[in-house]
Design a protein around this ligand. Structure first.
Ligand SMILES: [Mg+2]
Length: 395
C-alpha cells in the first residue's frame, strides 16, 4: 500500500450567539478544526485531527499549509503502515535516516508548535488507516482492551458564583435517561478578576453539587504562583479532584512549587509538545496528572510514549480532548489499551465537531464511555458536513 495524497482542510462552524461562552480567551464565536486526510492507492482513506489551538476557536491556515506543503511531500509514495518510520520522517525531516540509524532524534526546527500539531493529525490518520487496512479498531493495535468502558468527565463551567451551581448541575445531567456524569470540570483563573471570585465560584459549585460528584477546576495557566497558592488555600475544603494548569505551562518550576504547597492534585500538559516536554514536567515534579492532547503532542504514537514515561513515575493521564469526534476517539482508543489513562474529557460547550460531524456517535452512560468496535478510529466522516464548513486557505 502506498500513500497517494495527504490533504488538510480547515473547517469552521459559527457558534450561534446564544450558545457562545466567554472565558479568558474572550467570547468563543467559532469552533474550528483541521481535518487531515491520508489517501492510498488501495482506496482506503485515514482521517485525523490536528489542533490549531487548545480551545474552540483557531486560525488553522498555517497548520493546513504545514501539512499540505511540508509534510505531504515527505510521505507521498511511502507505505502508510510504517507509522514509526513516518513519524521519524516528519520529526527529523531530511535527517530521519540518521535518527533510525543512530537510535536518537535529529529534529528540525519544528520541535514544538505548529509542526508538531500538524504531525499529530497525520499520525492520527495513519493509525486510522492501519486499523481500517487490518479491519480492527486502533485499540487492538495498541495491545487490546484493558477495560470495557472508560470514565469520562463533563467539561464546561463558566458561570459566575450565583449561576455556576445550576450550570454544572445541568451539565452533568445533559444525557438525561443515560444517567448523570459523576465528574465535572469548571473554568477559573484570570477571567474571574480576582482569586477570591474564583474561590467563591468553586465553593458555590461544591455546595450545589454535593459531596459525591468529582469537581475539577482549570485556570488555563493564567495565575502566578502566589495567586495559585492562595486559591489552593481558599478551596481546601472543596475536595477538588484536580487543579488544572495553575500557572503558565512554561513556568514549570513555579508549577512544582504550587504542587509542593498543596495536597490538591495538579494537572497540566494540554499545550505541551512531545515526550521531551512531558519529561521536563515529570522530572520537575510539577504535575500529578498529565494531559497530552493527541492532536497537539505528537499524535497517538507520541501519547502512548508519554503514557509509558508517566507510568514509570506512577503518574496518570487524563488526555485533553477539546475537539472533534476523531480527537475524542483517539483519546478513547489510547485509554482502552493503556492502564494509566484513567479518564477522558468530554466537552460540553457547543461542539458540532464532536456531536454532528460524524454519523458514528459515542455511547456514554453513567459517565462511562463505550469503546467503539469499528475499524480504525471508528469515526465515519460526513463529507456533506465537511463541504459545508470548509474554509479556503491561501490565494
Ligand atoms: Mg485545560
Amino acid at each position: 500500500m502506498k500513500i497517494t495524497d495527504i490533504t488538510a482542510t480547515w473547517l469552521r462552524y459559527n457558534i450561534p450567539p446564544a450558545k457562545q461562552h466567554v472565558s479568558d480567551f474572550g467570547r468563543l464565536q467559532t469552533f474550528d478544526m483541521t481535518l487531515v486526510r491520508v489517501e492510498t492507492d488501495e482506496g482506503l482513506t485515514g482521517f485525523g485531527e490536528a489542533k490549531g489551538a487548545v480551545g474552540s476557536a483557531a486560525i488553522c491556515s498555517s497548520i493546513v499549509s504545514c501539512i499540505n506543503e511540508e509534510l505531504r511531500p515527505l510521505l507521498v509514495g511511502e507505505d502508510p503502515r510504517n507509522i514509526t518510520k513516518l513519524w521519524e520522517r516528519m520529526y527529523n525531516g531530511s535527517r530521519s535516516h540518521y535518527a533510525i540509524e543512530h537510535g536518537r532524534s535529529f529534529p528540525e526546527l519544528g520541535r514544538r508548535g505548529v509542526r508538531i500539531s500538524a504531525l499529530s493529525g497525520v499520525d492520527m490518520a495513519l493509525w486510522d488507516l492501519l486499523g481500517k487496512s487490518l479491519n480492527v479498531p486502533v485499540y487492538q493495535l495498541l495491545g487490546g482492551k484493558c477495560r470495557e468502558t472508560i470514565p469520562a468527565y463533563a467539561s464546561g463551567g463558566w458561570a459566575d458564583a450565583s449561576g455556576i451551581g445550576e450550570q454544572l448541575k445541568q451539565t452533568i445531567a445533559a444525557f438525561g435517561e443515560r444517567g448523570h456524569f459523576n465528574a465535572v470540570k469548571m473554568r477559573i483563573g484570570s477571567m474571574d478578576g480576582t482569586v477570591e471570585n474564583s474561590i467563591a465560584r468553586v465553593r458555590a459549585a461544591r455546595e450545589a453539587l454535593g459531596p459525591d460528584v468529582k469537581l475539577m477546576a482549570d485556570a488555563h495557566g493564567t495565575w502566578n504562583e502566589r495567586e495559585a497558592r492562595r486559591f489552593c488555600r481558599g478551596v481546601a475544603g472543596c475536595n477538588l479532584a484536580w487543579f488544572e494548569e495553575p500557572v503558565n505551562p512554561d513556568s514549570v518550576t513555579a508549577m512544582a512549587e504550587v504542587r509542593a504547597a498543596t495536597d490538591i492534585p495538579i494537572s497540566a500538559g494540554e499545550s505541551l509538545f512531545t515526550r521531551f516536554e512531558f519529561r521536563e514536567l515529570i522530572e520537575s515534579r510539577a504535575a500529578d496528572i498529565l494531559q497530552p492532547d493527541p492532536g497537539i503532542a505528537g499524535g497517538i504514537t507520541e501519547v502512548v510514549r508519554i503514557a509509558a514515561l508517566a507510568s514509570a513515575h506512577q503518574l496518570t493521564l487524563a488526555p485533553h480532548l477539546w475537539g472533534s469526534a476523531l480527537l475524542f476517539s483517539a483519546g478513547l482508543q489510547i485509554a482502552a489499551a493503556t492502564p494509566n489513562v484513567v479518564t477522558l474529557e468530554y466537552s460540553m460547550c457547543f461542539n458540532p465537531f464532536l456531536r454532528e460531524f460524524s454519523p458514528d456517535q459515542f455511547t456514554i452512560k453513567n459517565s462511562e464511555v463505550g469503546i467503539p468496535e469499528k475499524p480504525g478510529l471508528g469515526v465515519a466522516v460526513n463529507e456533506d458536513f465537511v463541504r459545508q464548513y470548509s474554509v479556503k486557505v491561501g490565494p
